[in-house]
Design a protein around this ligand. Sequence first.
Ligand SMILES: Cc1cc2nc3c(=O)[nH]c(=O)nc-3n(C[C@H](O)[C@H](O)[C@H](O)COP(=O)(O)OP(=O)(O)OC[C@H]3O[C@@H](n4cnc5c(N)ncnc54)[C@H](O)[C@@H]3O)c2cc1C
Length: 241
Amino acid sequence: MNRDSTLPPLPAKVDLVVVGAGAVGLAHAVEGHARGHSVLVLDASARPTGATARRGGHVAVTTQDTVALSCALASRERWLKLGRDAGFGVRECGAVVVARHDDELAVLDDLVASRAGDAVLLDSRSVADRTSVPDALGGAFLPLDLRVDPAAALTAVADWLDTHPQAHVAWGTAAQTFDAGSGCTLVRTSRGRSSPSGSSSPSGTTSVSSSGRSAPAWTGCGASSCGSRRRCRTTPVREPA
Ligand SMILES: Cc1cc2nc3c(=O)[nH]c(=O)nc-3n(C[C@H](O)[C@H](O)[C@H](O)COP(=O)(O)OP(=O)(O)OC[C@H]3O[C@@H](n4cnc5c(N)ncnc54)[C@H](O)[C@@H]3O)c2cc1C
């Protein structure tokens, strides 16, 4: 994995450049790669430090509703598959929601009634048995919810993605500017000049990096060749039907 500028140069051209190796960026990168695109993920940090990494790792499924619930159920399957593929732990432990007041309990009543077995009401004693909350009015157990260690999961997914020939994850590499131009999108990064073998990266498109060194120019391209600039072909990832 390219964790610093002393490691191998980054590819001169790819179909899809993803900025940020958080949950959102990696999800798009994994999906883009699965659809046959070459992918480059840039992350300014040397390791996962964004919002995803600082969260508790609770994959909330059952409390979503309508379209969001469909997405959450699909996301749940993706987490489980990614855990197997990339080798990180996804705990199918469920979650307990605690109600301390009558109105909260009423909300949980409604939730359980609408989830056809995917949520179970708990009495006060059951909540106390399952949690460290001794004085709840009641609660609900949501067996579909998952838990991951977010920083470990991001690292594992990035490492796993990076093992594929058409996927690259570059930590410690900030995206600095995007030049859409007329024929391609150039992404300038914080890395010093690289010399990709067989490079088709535009010559003479250097810029000064924050460290004062020349920065490489990147192409996010779909075309095989179009001179010094290439047509950008980023592909929106649609939610599953
Ligand atoms: C305390 C807290 C609680 C939350 N609770 C919930 C919740 O209950 N439910 C929920 O759905 N969401 C919640 N969120 C929000 C959720 O965590 C975020 O929406 C989600 O993690 C964002 O993922 P991301 O991949 O977009 O961003 P991040 O995980 O922040 O990743 C962004 C990455 O981009 C990198 N980056 C930034 N700029 C550049 C650049 N120029 N070049 C290269 N890399 C760059 C950063 O280094 C970082 O690694 C919570 C967030 C916090 C902080």
